[in-house]
Design a protein around this ligand. Structure first.
Ligand code: GLA
Length: 736
């Protein structure tokens, strides 16, 4: 109780407890409502006289929890002929006229489903988590669905999923099985969605939602986000800005095929269904078996996108990503420095460069393995995880020792889910490969995907990692890649091919869970030919993700900006490379907005550039905790301004790091107006210092100027960005 009171103010806690008691004591209240409240929001389900569950509200919490019963009567939008447009979980085959959340074929071949309330449970899991589960049952068939709503009170985040089971006489086929079914009411709706391709991740599009169904989905199997990730936003009534407007963030926590249907109905209300994609995946559920969907995570904000992001970031650090409050290793990667062309000698040099640069770890990328078909390009060797004897006659062990002796850590790249046809693995285990038995193979980056539905393949993949780590206990980092999509989806292991996409993902998560059970906090980067697999289901096994192979810093400002709506800076691996024409300072400053790494030839740096990098890394080490754990504010949007600006403010609000970049080449482009800062303490006085200056240059801002938080948040601060100062990093420190 004391902790609770510390976390929230007294009225909130008392209200919360009152609601919980009320709900626990009464199966449903007089108006048959179930209310889940977070610190700012409420989700309200309502039962009708036939015990159908409806979703009547998702929005700002009301002061009086009895008021929720008055919501529905305020809407006079016309007739819902079906009585089920706002169903808490839309069942197909009875009165439904809209896109269903669930479609089943019963054991007797009947295709109808009617879900009625049986019971519910509202549990307080801990000080911050409340979980509502609602059990529904078909009155005719022994078929059950339980809806779960797990609310993270402080962060306003809800995870929703569904479990499905039955006791019919034979198997039931699930043709659709959404994780979540939401229903929103507003005057108009604006969808922000993303599309992309290799090196073009997270391209946003915002448009009004029109009547009918808009589907966001992936059928790629692996590297599922290549063309479209599952993250999206819905703004209500007007497009939300950083600080204003009602907006719902949503994302499916799933790394495989996903499907989100957004349907604007004839009453002008919006239904959102999200779950695994049912494409080619009717699921045969045996009696007694329980089918659990992945979670759909969502968050409503009535004060714009910035608030939503900061809450989601906190939730991710507190509950999802591995070691969310821990540290991360800065690194030097050799991918772009060498590609496949290296040997022990060259690597020893790079290990020394790692030390010279001042980063924590050397990361050896692709090309270190395979002998019969050496991995000297992306055409061969994938799958044969033995050190290439020509390149590395003394094995990984010698490199790890070399790194340790040099005073840096050592990490390594793997892509254990995949295989080149030109490999011993393919020769030995053709049945482990996903392909149609009597059709020609079709490759993505000259490779195929291994069949993780097969437990033997799961053992193999786990073994790749386990062997590496057992043989080299000092290995400090893994970069887990996944470059191919799934063509010719077929498993020679599975009897039922329509389970394939689902079983693949179950297999993958199985392996990742085994890795984490044994190596709980080993830093691991989630990579998929760039950002082809960035989602919160995968991220619960990883410390960080690779946003894109596109490391052109100008592009990265945009890409990182978009990812930052959904994922915290601590999980964004940003490398300084030779992509782009910007000076090393610009490239490094951009990479510092997350987890800093380098992928350059250190010996190609001039003395000044090297000195700059070394100092920037020291600065980064000093302020990284503000970037990783602080609140992020997107201050100036690169899409609408000549200058992009992003800041991170620590919890005590005594330190802020502000990044400013020129993103336009036009005549006299620059920061004509001050950047209005956010999240500071108006009463505090802040000293402004420019860091990451090239050696020999001084800040145009002058030294040690002091401004009040009030001034900085109302008038702002001009970072003096122009073509001669295209990247400016400022540290604000509160004065005692
Ligand atoms: C993918 C990754 C790159 C690199 C290469 C290696 O494309 O995204 O960072 O590791 O594979 O082949």
């Amino acid at each position: 109780m004391k902790t609770l009171l510390k976390l929230y103010n007294r009225p909130t806690v008392l209200l919360c407890i009152a609601v919980c008691m009320f709900l626990l004591l009464n199966k449903v209240n007089a108006q048959q409502q179930l209310v889940v409240e977070t610190s700012n929001n409420a989700l309200v389900l309502q039962q009708d006289t036939a015990r159908h569950m409806h979703m009547v509200y998702l929005g700002k919490k009301l002061n009086n929890n009895k008021s929720y019963t008055q919501i529905q009567s305020q809407y006079q939008q016309g007739t819902d002929y079906s009585g089920s447009l706002d169903a808490a979980y839309t069942a197909a085959g009875t009165t439904n006229l809209a896109e269903p959340a669930i479609t089943v074929v019963h054991a007797d071949g009947n295709r109808s489903l009617d879900l009625r309330y049986v019971s519910h449970k509202l549990e307080r899991i801990d000080d911050n988590i409340v979980q509502l589960s609602v059990e529904l049952q078909d009155p005719v068939y022994a078929f059950r669905v339980t809806l779960y709503y797990k609310a993270y009170v402080k962060e306003d985040v809800i995870e929703q999923w569904t479990s499905i089971s039955h006791k019919e006489k034979g198997s039931v086929v699930l043709e659709k099985y959404a994780s979540a079914n939401l229903y929103l009411k507003a005057g108009s709706y604006y969808l922000t969605q993303y599309h992309g391709d290799w090196a073009k991740e997270m391209q946003p599009e915002t448009a009004p939602v029109t009547h009918g169904i808009k589907t966001l989905d992936s059928k790629l199997g692996t590297r599922a986000n290549l063309f479209q990730p599952s993250v999206f936003m819905i703004s209500l009534n007007k497009t939300a800005t950083e600080d204003d407007g009602d907006v719902l963030y949503g994302a499916l926590e799933y790394s495989g095929n996903f499907r989100t249907d957004i349907e604007l109905d004839h009453l002008n209300n919006l239904k959102i269904l999200s779950g695994m994609n049912n494409y080619a995946s009717p699921y045969t559920l045996t009696p007694g078996e329980t089918f659990v969907t992945p979670s759909f995570v969502y968050l409503f904000s009535s004060s714009g996108k910035g608030n939503a992001s900061r809450k989601l970031h906190r939730w991710a650090r507190n509950y999802k990503i591995v070691d969310g409050h821990g540290t991360r290793l800065t690194l030097l990667n050799n991918w772009e420095a060498t590609y496949f062309d290296f040997n022990e000698n060259k690597l020893a040099g790079l290990i020394r460069d790692t030390r010279k640069l001042g980063v924590d770890l050397f990361l050896l990328d692709d090309g270190w393995f395979a002998n019969k078909y050496p991995r000297n390009g992306d055409v061969a060797g994938l799958g044969d995880w033995q050190e290439n004897k020509q390149k590395l006659p003394n094995g990984i062990g010698a490199l790890v020792t070399e790194a340790t002796n040099t005073g840096v850590k050592f990490g390594i790249w793997i892509e254990p889910e995949m295989v080149n046809p030109k490999s011993e693995l393919y020769e030995k285990h053709p049945d482990w490969v996903i392909k149609q038995p009597s059709r020609a193979e079709y490759y993505f980056r000259n490779q195929l995907v291994l069949d993780l539905a097969n437990p033997k393949v799961q053992d193999f993949v786990f073994g790749v990692i386990d062997t590496l780590l057992r043989k080299n206990p000092a290995l400090a980092y893994l970069k887990w890649d996944c470059n191919a999509v799934i063509y010719n989806a077929h498993s020679s292991y599975l009897k039922n091919q329509s389970h394939f996409y689902i079983e693949y993902m179950r297999g993958l998560y199985n392996v990742l869970a085994r890795v984490r059970a044994k190596y709980a906090t080993l830093p691991m980067m989630l990579c998929s030919g760039g950002g082809g697999r960035v989602d919160y289901a995968a991220l619960q096994y990883f410390t960080e993700y690779w946003p894109s192979d596109n490391t052109d810093p100008l592009e990265r400002i945009f890409i990182q900006w978009e990812y930052s709506y959904f994922y915290p800076a601590i999980s964004s691996s940003n490398h300084v490379t030779d992509w782009g024409k910007q000076p090393i300072k610009f490239r490094t400053d951009v990479a510092m907005m997350g987890k800093l790494g380098f992928d350059i030839v250190v010996s190609h740096l001039s003395e000044k550039e090297l000195a700059y990098c070394q100092q920037a890394i020291k600065n980064y080490n000093q302020y990284k905790n503000v970037i990783w754990q602080g609140d992020q504010y997107r201050l100036s949007d690169p899409r609408t301004n000549e200058v992009a600006a992003v800041s991170y403010v620590n919890e005590r609000r005594d330190t802020a790091v502000v990044f400013n970049y020129l993103v336009s080449n036009r005549y006299e482009a620059g920061s004509k107006l001050p950047v209005i800062l956010k999240g500071l303490d108006p009463a505090k006085k802040y000293r402004v210092e420019e860091i990451n200056l090239m050696p020999g240059t001084t800040s145009a801002l002058g030294a040690n100027t002091i401004y009040s938080g009030d001034f900085l948040m109302n008038i702002g601060l001009n970072p003096l960005v122009n073509s001669g100062r295209s990247s400016v990093v400022l540290v604000l420190t509160a004065q005692p």
